[in-house]
Design a binder for this molecule. Structure first.
Ligand SMILES: NC(=O)c1ccc[n+]([C@@H]2O[C@H](COP(=O)([O-])OP(=O)(O)OC[C@H]3O[C@@H](n4cnc5c(N)ncnc54)[C@H](O)[C@@H]3O)[C@@H](O)[C@H]2O)c1
Length: 355
């Protein structure tokens, strides 16, 4: 059984996803693979993801086999797998607002004519479209979601333009009998899950949190693009709402991308700070530094989200996938503490929960 996957945006996250499905190709069913809920999820192995289409706009990627395009400049994540030729040529999509102020000067747009994406999706037999467009691509993301609907594909939205968490889009996918999940991947051991866990720990231990920030820096095109504050509105909402949801009162929070440091490449450094008061009004402060490669951090989570979409398609479940989204994304239709989301996602996989 395969899952036919189309990718929108062949950047660092696509690289980690494609490399990961190859890296874990021979994982045995009882193996504990870091970052995956299970090797066998609902009958699907990571190697069952078959990439059938890919879209980008960058001249270094368009026209190349996906196995080469994932390593093309300016992608700069870790290479941890030799991906064999996939026989999938990256096709040119429309640019729209995909390239912001900073990316325009950095990415050379391909001169190829944009293809008819919905028709290409249909011709490829794609079942699940994974969206990895740059932050702030409001128009382009909605357009690609529309193409997924036209081609009758499930949609997995890995970035913070709100689709799965937007009631109007939920309705549109539900009406067409298609599942949708998102929004904005929550990395395996990233800033959001760490910050959520620390906030929840303080609340559970009766500490009153008085203020908190989370500052993030990185050296890839994602961070370059995020220098443009106007493109960050939904990113800040997504990241902030994930942490605020763990605290039953309002806390002054400042959370988001903070700077672009080119020599970090795809590494991301995150500083989390929480200040509070415990017994007798006594002050407490937590400062944590997290140092990770950003894209491999999302690879396993997206493999799980894709498999959840396929399970939903198999079962005829449509509309927003509540539990898989709560586990895999920062801004899901319904926020849950991590352990609750994980339990419900397991129940969904086992067929004990519809969505
Ligand atoms: N752990 C993580 O890395 C993580 C976590 C959460 C969310 N995200 C989000 O996932 C998205 C992808 O991240 P990334 O690191 O791969 O970014 P990236 O900059 O490496 O990749 C984006 C790709 O989209 C392409 N693109 C731009 N406009 C396009 C268009 N109109 N049509 C098709 N392709 C287009 C670019 O050329 C580039 O190849 C970003 O929005 C990021 O914020 C990533």
């Amino acid at each position: 059984m395969t899952i036919k996957v189309a990718i929108v945006g062949v950047g660092n996250c696509s690289s980690a996803l494609v490399q990961g499905t190859n890296y874990y190709r021979n994982a045995s069913e009882d193996e504990d693979v870091p970052g995956l809920l299970h090797v066998n999820m609902g009958g699907y192995h990571p190697r069952d993801l078959e990439f059938v289409a890919a879209f980008d706009v960058d001249a270094t990627k368009v026209g190349r086999d996906l196995s080469e395009a994932i390593f093309a400049y300016p992608n700069n994540t870790r290479k941890f797998s030799e991906v064999p030729r996939l026989g999938v040529e990256v096709q040119k999509g429309p640019v729209m607002d995909g390239l912001g102020k900073y990316l325009k000067g950095y990415v050379k747009e391909s001169e190829a004519e944009p293809v008819d994406v919905a028709e290409e999706l249909k011709a490829s037999g794609a079942e699940v479209v994974v969206n990895y467009l740059p932050v702030g691509s409001e128009q382009a993301v909605r357009w690609y979601a529309e193409q997924a609907i036209k081609a009758r594909c499930a949609f997995v939205n890995c970035m913070p333009v709100f689709i799965a968490s937007d009631p109007a889009w939920q309705k549109r996918f539900a009406e067409k009998g298609l599942p949708v999940s998102g929004d904005d991947v929550m990395s395996q051991i990233g800033a959001t899950v760490l910050h959520k866990a620390l906030a929840k720990l303080m609340v559970d231990r009766g500490v009153k949190i008085t203020e908190s920030y989370q500052l993030n820096i990185g050296g890839d095109t994602d961070f370059l693009n995020m220098l443009e504050e106007a493109r960050l509105i939904s990113k800040r909402i997504s990241k902030t709402s994930a942490v605020q949801a763990m605290v039953p009162y309002d806390v002054p929070l400042r959370i988001g991308p903070s700077d672009y440091v080119p020599f970090l490449d795809n590494k991301k450094i995150c500083y989390v700070y929480l200040k509070g008061e415990y017994f007798g009004g006594t002050p407490v402060q937590i400062d944590v530094k997290l140092d990770v490669w950003d894209s491999p951090n999302s690879g396993g989570v997206v493999i799980d989200a894709v498999r959840a979409s396929k399970i939903a398609l198999d079962r005829g479940v449509s509309g927003p996938l509540i539990s898989p989204s709560a586990f895999c994304f920062k801004h899901p239709p319904e926020q849950m503490p991590y352990e609750v989301a994980k339990r419900r996602f397991e129940e969904f996989v086992e067929g004990r929960r519809e969505r």
